[in-house]
Design a protein around this ligand. Structure first.
Ligand code: PLP
Length: 386
């Protein structure tokens, strides 16, 4: 049995996006070589698959990205990493998030690479590694101005020596994260870049073996090749979307589409209203299509009066309240809409520009970012892979 509201995850598009990002990095590095500036070697790609691969399904996505050549995969927490190992992923897996002391076993039992972002988590991991008589490779996170996780950039000489002296811990890489990579005019970006480079200098002076560096999410990767360092960490680009408001010439295709079918068509008389709250009232004889997809499937209630769906190749405005399991669209101007007609919520229904809706456009309708649109796709929506 399958519901008619289903997501299609196009793994070939995912692989093509991975290759497009890799070719972009190679091409830019070649241009840098010619111009005698910036990095002349393309960085490796750490493919970010946290949050169930931005809603696409972490297991299948991780396997595809591993096969496509990702050097490493990255997840938010240990549990996500353990799940990928259970599905057979062999590539190194970096855990971005803070480690709570109770769940460290997963790091050892499933060969995950933790990020150490505080003296306390360093001490806990050292103790755990020592108790197991093993050594553990880790990445070190520096907070260069986002003020979230990481060792503060400005007192590393005081905070790092105990960690660097940990007998059972091996530093593989140092990283930071940008707070404003997708805000072109924002000064914090360059400030973070400078602080990261200074921090790496201090870490060298403290006697750490020359270690690898990474910092760039999708937006930073597109924006400034000086922050590529040894690895870049794209997420959104791999799923086929450019972080707004940036533009890019990298040829990407959205990986996820979301479709449903019309289950009922209702004639509404002038003056009658549709749905919870009665907010949409017909000003003319109106035909409404009922679509079995609602906020439980991840469709935001703010789509009411703002968003569209595609039916018969045309845009039908979402009218009336988005309910838990249904939404309604005005199809008065579209001929012969009937039960069973395909509805595209995300994706294409023809080759004209207005026949495509992507997560970036949907996000703009409701005042959020495409990341949230993708991650919120409901758990009851079946993902079909091809
Ligand atoms: C989520 C995340 C990324 C990927 O961000 P995108 O904008 O999707 O490319 C990179 N690094 C860290 C630390 C992250 O948390």
């Amino acid at each position: 049995m399958i519901r008619c509201t289903a997501a299609r995850v196009d793994l070939r598009a995912l692989e093509a996006n991975f290759r497009a990002v890799a070719s972009y990095l190679e091409r830019e590095a070649r241009l840098n070589r010619g111009a005698g500036r910036g990095p002349v070697l393309p960085p490796g790609i750490i493919a970010v698959v946290k949050a169930n691969a931005y809603g696409h399904g972490a297991r299948r996505v991780a396997q595809a990205l591993e096969a496509a050549g990702a050097i490493m995969l990255a997840v938010a927490d240990i549990e996500e990493g353990v799940d990928l190992r259970a599905s057979g992923v062999r590539a190194p897996i970096l855990v971005f998030g803070a480690l709570s002391v109770s769940d460290l076993d997963g790091v050892f039992d499933h060969t995950l690479t933790p990020t150490i972002s505080s003296p306390a988590s360093g001490a806990a991991l050292q103790a755990a590694a020592e108790a197991r008589r093993t050594s553990l490779h880790y990445h070190l996170k520096i907070d260069t101005g986002m003020n979230r996780l990481g060792f503060r950039h400005d007192n590393l000489r005081r905070t790092l020596p105990p960690l660097l002296a940990s007998a059972n811990l091996v530093l593989d890489a140092v990283h930071t994260h940008f707070g404003t990579a997708d805000e072109p005019g924002h000064a914090l970006f360059a400030g973070q870049r400078d602080r990261f480079e200074q921090a790496c200098g201090v870490i060298d002076e403290l006697g750490a073996d020359p270690c690898l560096r990474h910092a760039a999410n999708s937006a930073a990767l597109l924006r400034d090749s000086r922050v590529w360092y040894d690895f870049v960490r794209p997420g959104l680009l791999l799923y086929g979307l450019v972080p707004p408001p940036l533009g890019s010439t990298v040829p990407l295709q959205p990986v996820m589409s979301l479709t449903s079918r019309v289950v009922a068509v209702k004639g509404v008389r002038t003056g009658e209203c549709v749905g919870y709250g009665g907010r949409f009232c017909a000003e003319r004889a109106t035909t409404v299509a009922v679509i079995p997809a609602g906020y439980a499937d991840g469709l935001d209630r703010r789509l009411e009066g703002r968003g569209f769906v595609l039916i018969r190749g045309r845009r039908a405005p979402i009218v009336g309240g988005v309910s838990m399991d249904m939404l309604t669209a005005d199809v008065t101007d579209i001929d012969a809409v009937g039960p069973g007609d395909e509805v595209v919520l995300l994706g294409s229904q023809g080759s004209e520009p207005q026949q495509t809706i992507d997560a970036r456009e949907m996000a703009a309708w409701i005042g959020t970012i495409p990341y949230e649109v993708l991650c919120r796709l409901g758990s009851r929506v079946e993902r079909k892979y091809d």
